[in-house]
Write a protein that binds this ligand. Structure first.
Ligand SMILES: Nc1ncnc2c1ncn2[C@@H]1O[C@H](COP(=O)(O)OP(=O)(O)O)[C@@H](O)[C@H]1O
Ligand SMILES: [Mg+2]
Length: 342
């Protein structure tokens, strides 16, 4: 991955106001319009995506992921702040940027179903001014690359959902964009199709030097695919870090003490430096699970000394001590629970 930045969002805000139109009033014959509340789809969002990087936007439904994708591709204009692609301001250079960015929006019917995949690519390539001599070979290459080789000449409506999604990615790639935006690319696909798409996304990022933005509400997709992840919730960015750092952040904090018998965890919660303590009954017997502070180091160390000392005092046998590997799901719950890290 290079240091070159291909996409940048700088302090972007976007608010939607939803209006409800009521039926005509019988007495006054007037139609009343009332404003519903404002929805913040982006509150001061800033991040960058480098060349050759897969960047993930992770968040629950309604968090603002699709809005961010639309702002990068010039489909939604931010209220304030700037979006740059390859150093160009999307608002000022919209037409040029349309050629640099390929986008697959969630659930949209991009492809024309009565045509074949090959015809679709020729059609979209022509719309995007891909020179004729390049277009045909590129269309064939893309279909071979994504795994639709033997479906080239079958009407799109006869393809499976996963195959249609693969075709949508080919359509997004037909003008050879440097930036590819994939909105929930694996949602609704079976395991095999999802796997195939993830593999292809990795391949084209690493080998072809593109930048890819993937939005997802699926922690596993984010954890597996992305080099860096921004977690957003209600339009706010609550974390933006390398995926391994995000996981380490919490793995460092949770320790599991396997015991021969259950013990009252409440006295452990009172030890300075311990954030929480609870008993878990696993298949291998009871375990005391404690979360310690990350910093300061001395407090953390004291807390870690105190636990086995107290277990010994109470006559417990200690079978094993381990650090709990965290997954993104628990990190996400931690972060949305309390905005600890930024
Ligand atoms: N065109 C629009 N008009 C009104 N509200 C919108 C519009 N687009 C998105 N929103 C609202 O903005 C919020 C973020 O939406 P979206 O970006 O689609 O979230 P996500 O993709 O993370 O599920 C939601 O509350 C949604 O209802
Ligand atoms: Mg969405």
């Amino acid at each position: 991955m290079s240091e070159e930045v291909l996409v940048e969002l700088r302090h972007v805000h976007k608010k939607f106001t939803t209006r409800h139109v009521l039926p005509v009033d019988e007495e006054t014959r007037k139609r009343r319009l009332f404003k519903k509340r404002d929805v913040h789809a982006a509150k001061d969002i800033s991040f960058t995506i480098r060349r050759g990087e897969i960047f993930g936007l992770l968040g629950p439904n309604g968090a603002g992921k699709t809005t961010a994708v639309k702002m990068i591709s010039g489909l939604v204009r931010p209220d304030s702040g700037n979006v740059f692609v390859n150093g160009l301001d999307v608002e000022k250079k919209r037409r040029r940027i349309l050629r640099m960015v390929g986008v697959v929006l969630e659930g949209t019917r991009t492809s024309l179903w009565p045509l074949t995949p090959l015809e679709n690519l020729i059609y979209y390539g022509t719309l995007k001014d891909v020179p004729g001599a390049l277009l045909r070979p590129r269309a064939h290459d893309l279909l071979d690359f994504i795994g639709l080789k033997d479906k080239k000449n079958i009407q799109v409506r006869r393809l499976s959902r996963g195959q249609k999604q693969k075709l949508a990615i080919c359509i997004a790639l037909i003008a050879d964009p440097q930036v590819l935006l994939l909105d929930e690319p694996t949602t609704g696909l079976d395991v095999l199709s999802g796997r195939a798409i993830k593999d292809k996304v990795m391949e084209m990022t690493r080998e072809q030097g593109r930048s890819v933005l993937v939005t997802t509400h699926d922690m596993h997709v984010a954890q597996e695919l992305c080099d860096r992840i921004a977690i957003i919730n209600n339009g706010e960015m609550i974390a933006c870090r390398r995926t391994d750092e995000l996981l380490d952040l919490f793995s460092e904090q949770v320790f599991v003490f396997k015991l021969n018998q259950p013990i009252d965890p409440s006295e452990f919660s009172l030890i300075p430096g311990i954030v929480s303590a609870k008993m878990e009954e696993g298949s291998e017997g009871p375990a005391l699970v404690v979360q310690v502070v990350r910093e300061p180091e001395t407090l953390r160390s004291e807390a870690l000394y105190a636990v086995p000392a107290r277990l010994r005092q109470s006559g417990c046998l200690l079978h094993a001590v381990s650090q709990r590997q965290q997954n993104l799901e628990s990190v996400f719950l931690h972060l949305t629970d309390s905005a600890v890290t930024r």
